[in-house]
Ligand binder design. Structure first.
Ligand code: HEM
Length: 424
């Protein structure tokens, strides 16, 4: 069980003063929360050695998220030297809605939200249940396997594939492209990681050009097909350009992969570390799960998993002018890292923040961000979480880890690469 022990005030100051996102200590990924707690207490708006700022308090993150006029998401300034002018990664990340500001962001977001309707999400549920149960059948036959490889990671790729109606035969490379492109957002990149990211954007674009051309020739039912609606636009003449369409399809396909995989994987590992919470969930499921009765508790539980081990731990903004955050003056151009993982354990907002409490009400976590860029896929992510975690638990209540899970080892996306388990 990961409970952060109290540290002496001097130790807290030392940890905060030594924190550098680009030079993390080897034990950081196993448990970053004592470091985050030290930063919140001692240097909540920390000036980093590279000149950027690292924010850990919930109230400060909310203030930054709220003020999209001052805190820009546009990454052209930052990413041009990082990826190189004219490079595929630069074009991709600077065309995705998440890395743009209003008014461009507002237009693209409206078109995307118009395509990701409540009905489109609700339509996903039967396919999701079938997929999850099929994976569980395979696990039952094998007596276990790997929580990430055999279960958590197999769900989002299919679900997002279904959302855009990508033919099943074409789906194999999607996860690899997605991991490589998002992996290239890490603060420090090896030349190999960068090259893989660039190649993955090129290959993904080549694939989508063919898929979109095919869908233009043979549109799907716009009531149900998200890609057809994205191609058509809002029906009042507003449409995405071809470049916007392709890159935002890549972004939608990517945004829902690793984040949702990690939600499911992190939850199933956390339940092993918090057996009393697992029992609580199991008691409410009972031997024959009534999904309607289970729904309210699973809804709270999924949000608590998102708070406790946020799959996306870091966000970024750039200050367009000099401003104050948490009493500290930031200069014009300041690069700001928003530490969601730290804000989600802020004792100023959450009672017993280091405890996994699946019945936590009024959970104001920031796992989906906040404000104009708040996650456009949060309903789909929550649906996937409820169904995957709930059905897994109902089917294999006695599952147990058979080895130490292997962490992904990245600061931004928190999750496991492998977590071997047996069903009893
Ligand atoms: C557990 C799963 C997920 C987590 C933790 C998550 C987290 C986030 C966060 C933190 C942001 C805000 C980024 C910022 O403010 O800079 C975001 C934005 C976004 N997410 Fe998610 N996400 C998840 C799943 C999904 C899924 C399944 C989809 C697709 C259907 C999706 C699509 C998007 C899109 C399109 C945006 C950009 C919104 C905008 O800029 O207006 N996400 N997500």
């Amino acid at each position: 069980m990961q409970v952060t022990q109290p540290l002496t005030p001097q130790r807290v100051r030392e940890i905060a003063a030594g924190f550098d996102l680009r030079a993390l200590p080897p034990d950081f990924h196993a448990n970053p929360y004592p470091v985050y707690a030290a930063l919140r207490a001692s240097e909540p708006v920390r000036a980093m050695p590279d000149g950027s700022w690292f924010l850990t308090r919930h109230a400060d993150l909310v203030a930054v998220y709220r003020d999209a006029q001052v805190f820009s998401s546009d990454k052209k300034v930052e990413f041009t030297p990082k990826y190189g002018a004219g490079s595929p990664l630069l074009e991709h990340h600077t065309t995705s809605l998440v890395f743009n500001d209003p008014p461009l962001h507002t237009r693209v977001r409206k078109l995307i939200m118009g395509a990701l309707t409540r009905r489109a999400i609700a339509d996903m549920e039967p396919g999701l249940v079938t997929l999850v149960d099929h994976l569980l059948d395979g696990i039952a036959v094998r007596g276990g396997g790997d929580l990430v490889e055999d279960f958590a990671s197999a769900i989002p790729v299919e679900i997002i594939g279904n959302l855009l109606d990508v033919p099943h035969a074409d789906r194999a490379p999607l996860r690899g492209w997605s991991l490589a492109i998002l992996g290239a957002l890490e603060p420090k990149l090896t030349p190999e990681q960068e090259e893989l990211g660039q190649r993955s954007v090129r290959e993904f674009l080549d694939y989508l050009r063919v898929l979109v051309a095919e869908r233009r020739r043979h549109p799907g039912d716009p009531e149900h097909d998200v890609l057809t609606r994205l191609i058509r636009g809002d029906g009042a003449g507003e449409q995405l350009s071809e470049t916007e369409l392709l890159h935002n399809c890549i972004f939608i396909l990517n945004a829902g992969h690793e984040t949702t995989t990690n939600l499911i994987g992190n939850a199933l590992v956390a339940l092993q570390e918090w057996p009393a919470e697992k029992e609580r969930l199991l008691e409410s499921i009972g031997p024959h799960p009534d999904w309607n009765a289970l729904e309210p508790l699973m809804t709270l539980a999924v949000d608590e998993f998102l708070r406790f081990e946020s799959s996306n731990q870091l966000g970024n903004r750039r200050a367009l002018r000099s401003c104050q955050v948490g009493g500290v003056t930031l200069p014009e151009g300041a690069l700001v890292t928003l530490c969601i993982g730290a804000a989600n354990r802020d004792p100023a907002v959450f009672a017993n923040p280091e405890m996994l409490d699946l019945r936590r009400e009024n959970n104001r976590h920031l796992a989906f961000g906040f404000g104009v860029h708040q996650c456009a896929g949060l309903s789909l992510a929550r649906l996937e979480g409820r169904i995957a975690i709930g059905r897994f638990l109902a089917r294999f209540p006695g599952y147990r880890l058979t080895g130490t899970p292997t962490r992904g080892g990245r600061a931004r996306f928190r999750g496991f690469l492998r977590a071997p388990f047996a069903i009893a």
